[in-house]
Design a protein around this ligand. Structure first.
Ligand code: TRP
Ligand code: MN
Length: 435
């Protein structure tokens, strides 16, 4: 049984879309996914910190060179802060170039007495509340593929073609961020890095020759929700003979689709990409162990990450037994904190929101718990945007309840805006320093 699949109204349309996808080139190369697995093995050892971030849901309506550039800017800024302040390499993974499908609690949404299919992400239907827009259309998966291909192409160009060069770090500070307190703090870090680079150059090191300073490895990830789409993009690697899901480097299984006997676990157990599974407060240690047995039977380091999303209130009770029993079982997993999904609340005016303080508090607890048990807090999984939105409450330049309506643009879940994201990077850097 495959949970959370759309009810496609027309079998022939579905078949045509999947056939088209099967014939299209892969988006990523198996060798890249394997490299990510090695990088994640380094995260498991505590030698690298993972920053996985992006929109809750990507949008067909937010697709431009500027948007992709700005999404990359905020991740690079956060990564620089973390790398410099914590003195630790940062593995950069985007929720991007494929994050177009959403699981939903209810099949239908009812508004003013009218019931329509729920919005399931732009790979499936449109968010507008209108019968035609909400009709699941398989051709949208093909459109997602093409948007992912173009997005990934530009990301590759930016990260390998000079935009992510460490000498460009001042240009990643967007205007509305630069004007804020955390933006100025970033400028200070940037100046210190400039000085360190000048110092090395003065010592006679030819920095132009060091490609590490001029390029960044940036990986893609999304929730592997629509099994038809994922299967159509699965290819046999001619070098190793293994199967890879070439829609992204890393795929994760959501909290709602991680049933041991379910189709998502079955499908992903058969591909060699690095995988992640989201675990909420109801996940039992026995379930987690069974998932690890199933998804990583050879206990390969970097193959499996658990992304815990407990909520600030529950993390103290829910996380320690999982960490303890997985560790005792001998499974080598990467522990990642998703401080977003367990902390979603409804604001006074009914906006879906999250408090910055709760997000921070779950991350702090995550670090403390791993510290206590001698395990590694490997990284964070965040929903954020480069834009000046008001979707999450709080942060240094405080977003208040009454502000939410000003720039609330989320298609699905509330995201940290660029200032709140940078804020969080400074907090994370401090946690990593004292770690
Ligand atoms: N290549 C190194 C890294 O990815 C250094 C680096 C270059 C970098 N440009 C960067 C680090 C931008 C963070 C952000 O870590
Ligand atoms: Mn979300």
């Amino acid at each position: 049984m495959a949970a959370q699949q759309p009810e496609w109204p027309d079998e022939r349309e579905l078949k045509a879309a999947l056939e088209e996808l099967s014939a299209l080139p892969p988006l990523v190369f198996a060798g890249e996914a394997s490299r990510l697995r090695s990088a994640l093995a380094s995260v498991a050892e505590g030698k690298t910190f993972l920053l996985q971030a992006g929109d809750c849901a990507e949008s067909f309506g937010d697709f431009s060179a500027d948007a992709i550039r700005d999404k990359l800017k905020i991740v690079l800024q956060m990564a620089v802060v973390l790398t410099y302040a914590a003195g630790m390499p940062v593995l950069k993974v985007g929720r991007i170039a494929g994050q177009f499908a959403k699981p939903r609690t209810k099949n239908d949404e009812t508004l003013g007495g009218v019931s329509l299919p729920s919005f399931r992400g732009h790979s499936v239907n449109d968010d507008t509340f209108d019968a035609e827009a909400r009709r699941p259309d398989p051709a949208r998966m093909v459109r997602s593929y093409h948007q992912s291909a173009a997005t990934l192409n530009l990301i590759r160009a930016f990260t390998k073609g000079g935009f992510a060069d460490i000498n460009k770090l001042h240009t990643w500070n967007q205007e509305f961020v630069a004007a804020s307190k955390q933006g100025r703090r970033y400028e200070q870090v940037a100046r210190e890095i400039d000085r360190a680079l000048r110092f090395m150059a003065a010592c006679g090191i030819d920095l132009t020759e060091e490609s590490e300073l001029h390029e960044v490895d940036f990986y893609t990830s999304h929730e592997a929700l629509l099994l038809g789409y994922e299967e159509a993009l699965t290819r046999k690697d001619s070098l190793s003979g293994d199967y890879f899901d070439c829609s992204a480097h890393l795929l994760w299984i959501g909290e709602r689709t991680r049933q041991l006997d379910g189709a998502h676990v079955e499908f992903l157990s058969g591909v060699k990409n690095p995988l992640a599974v989201k675990l909420g407060p109801s996940a039992t240690p026995a379930e987690a162990i069974a998932l690890a047995d199933r998804l990583n039977p050879d206990n390969e380091p970097g193959r499996l990450s658990f992304i815990t999303r407990m909520g600030a209130e529950k993390v103290g009770d829910a996380l320690p037994p999982l960490v303890q029993e997985i560790t005792d079982s001998g499974h080598n997993v990467v522990w990642i904190c998703d401080p977003m999904h367990g902390n979603t609340i409804s604001s006074g005016k009914g906006f879906k929101t999250r408090r910055f303080a709760d997000i921070l508090s779950e991350i702090k607890a995550f670090f403390a718990i791993h510290h206590e048990s001698g395990t590694v807090p490997g990284g964070v999984h965040l929903e954020l945007t480069h834009e000046s939105v008001t979707e999450c409450l709080g942060g240094a330049e405080e977003v208040l309840d009454g502000h939410l309506e000003h720039h609330y643009q989320a298609l699905c879940d509330p995201r940290l805006n660029a200032r709140q994201s940078l804020d969080l990077a400074f907090d994370l850097a401090e946690m990593l320093q004292t770690n």
